[in-house]
Write a protein that binds this ligand. Structure first.
Ligand code: ATP
Ligand code: MG
Length: 503
């Protein structure tokens, strides 16, 4: 098979080097998987997988020596990885696999390229480019991956039930690839036999670790239109295994002729809105990420999606089922769902084995505050309400505003337009108040140490009372955000509660 391709897929020097080293070692090597797929899709791919008939570690070590690059060897997996000019190149020996029903861990033996391709998850992920000198760059595509790619089809090389039963993670991967590869021009679909097999094999999800599930979910969430994946998870019945709290948002109820919003589809709409708005804001360089390094705040312009903002969108209404009530006058209400939701966040993170650190706190904060900006739209926008919002949201105010704006969904386009317009006013007000009062990084001008020093008292309740009084007065605009006014107010309040200054 002579592969005279009129393309430049393997122009990078590294492919020539791997080819030459493999030849010297008498091994056959191929580029396989995601890199090949992404070449044909015209997508950038910096991860290169090389499959070798022979030892992947041996070839990697030899290539590493040639390019003076350190090789990371993973003996347990029989793989090795090296970095070269911004690319990550992973080497693995071609394998033949068989599975034990009770685990994801297959019995692995050395095999040929053909056998290795058979164990790959999808036809579009099983394509390989030869690195042999005689047919360098020719495509080895035993299952018609190239046709499936052109038609936007996700299909397993082997019988789908067997494929998914062997490794149920592949069900989530199918959904992820369908979602990630879809574009406005070409929507990827999972073939019906495969979808049916997922429904039948859904119990196999139970053998997967939470970490693996979350890894897929995270990759799904940062795609430009993640709703598609959640619809597929729902249709196949996998959602219950992935995130049952989300499945609980499904459905509507009618009482006395009154219905309510379908909260699952609403959530998905908000998630897509957030993704679109964030992508647009990133393109305009409008979003910042704040971090603390050695106690100093650093600000960086956001360049890629914030996964945790997507989680916040996904979970923003998660408290609705538990807060739902029917009131004959008002109809259905979900009072306090934002607080119930915020309380559910740590539990969900814990169940999913996700980090319980400041990322979780950020999600929790956004869920808990997600109604606040819109309340400003419908009520009067006072400086003091804006200051309180800025104080509570801190540096996350822009993400909160983005989420809240994305949360405006309705079947009535006039209503949506009106709310979005009013939202612009709230944004303006936020900018004005922030410029004037600098609340975003509010630090109480009155510290506990200062109170203790002035009144010669040990740590006690009164200090908290005074500090809160000063803080509230600043946020309510009674005094300015500066030390002089704050100190004067502290002295008045302290006198009122019977404290006498020692100096
Ligand atoms: P991307 O990295 O862009 O998400 P990818 O196709 O490179 O996509 P990886 O998870 O990096 O995906 O896996 C590399 C290749 O390994 C895949 O293209 C596929 O051929 C194979 N593969 C990965 N996971 C599995 C699996 N669970 N079952 C079968 N084959 C798999
Ligand atoms: Mg990859």
């Amino acid at each position: 098979m002579a592969g005279n391709f009129e393309n430049h897929f393997l122009d990078d020097e590294i492919f020539g080097i791997v080819s030459a080293v493999a030849r010297e070692k008498g091994m056959r090597a191929f580029v396989i998987g995601g890199f090949v797929r992404d070449c044909f899709l015209g997508r950038e791919c910096k991860d290169i997988d090389i499959v070798v008939e022979g030892s992947g570690i041996e070839l990697a070590t030899a290539v590493g020596a040639r390019v003076h690059s350190r090789v990371n060897v993973f003996r347990n997996f029989g793989t090795a990885m090296l970095r070269f000019r911004g690319m990550e190149i992973e080497f693995v020996g071609a394998r033949r696999e068989s599975y034990d029903r009770n685990s994801r861990k297959p019995v692995v033996e050395d095999g040929t390229l053909q056998e290795d391709q058979l164990r790959r998850d999808f036809t579009i992920n099983a394509m390989a480019f030869s690195l042999q000198t005689e047919d360098f760059g020719s495509l080895v595509d035993p299952f018609g991956g190239i046709q499936d790619l052109a038609a936007g089809i996700i299909r397993t090389p082997l019988e789908p039930c067997r494929t998914y039963s062997d490794d149920p993670l592949r069900m989530l991967r199918a959904i992820r690839f369908a979602t990630k590869l879809s574009t406005p021009e070409l929507r990827f679909t999972i073939v019906p036999e495969s979808l049916k097999a997922m429904g039948e094999m859904k119990d196999r999800m139970l053998i997967l670790s939470r970490e693996r599930i979350v890894e897929e979910l995270n990759k799904i969430l940062v795609t430009p239109k993640p709703s598609m994946a959640f619809q597929l998870l729902d249709e196949t019945g996998l959602l219950e295994y992935v995130l049952p709290q989300l499945a609980a948002l499904k459905g509507t109820e009618t009482m006395e002729g009154k219905g309510h919003k379908e909260n699952f589809s609403h959530t998905l709409e908000v998630l897509d809105n957030v993704a679109a708005a964030e992508i647009a804001a990133i393109a305009e360089g409008k979003l910042n990420d704040y971090d603390f390094e050695d106690g100093v705040e650093t600000v960086k312009v956001r360049k890629s999606p914030n996964l945790w903002l997507r989680w916040a969108a996904l979970l923003h209404d998660i408290g609705k089922p538990r807060s739902k009530k029917f009131d004959p006058q008002q109809g259905w209400t979900f009072h306090g769902h934002e607080h119930i939701g915020a309380r559910m966040v740590p539990k969900i993170f814990q169940e999913m084995k996700m980090p319980l650190n400041e990322k979780m706190k950020y999600v929790q904060k956004l869920v808990g505050l997600h109604l606040r900006p819109i309340a400003l739209v419908t009520e009067e926008v006072t400086d003091s309400a804006v200051r309180r919002l800025l104080f509570d949201a801190g540096n996350d105010i822009d993400d909160l505003m983005l989420l809240c704006d994305a949360d405006i969904t309705s079947k009535n386009p006039n209503k949506v337009a009106r709310l979005h317009n009013n939202f612009v006013l709230v944004r303006q007000k936020l900018v004005e108040v922030e410029a004037k009062d600098e609340i975003r990084n509010f630090k109480n001008p009155i510290t506990g140490e200062h109170v203790m020093e002035v009144y010669g008292i040990p740590p006690c309740r009164e200090i908290g009372i005074i500090k809160d009084y000063v803080k509230d007065s600043i946020l309510d605009g009674v005094i300015g955000n500066n030390f002089e006014e704050a100190d004067a107010l502290m002295r008045r309040k302290a006198e009122e509660i019977g404290l006498v200054p020692v100096k």
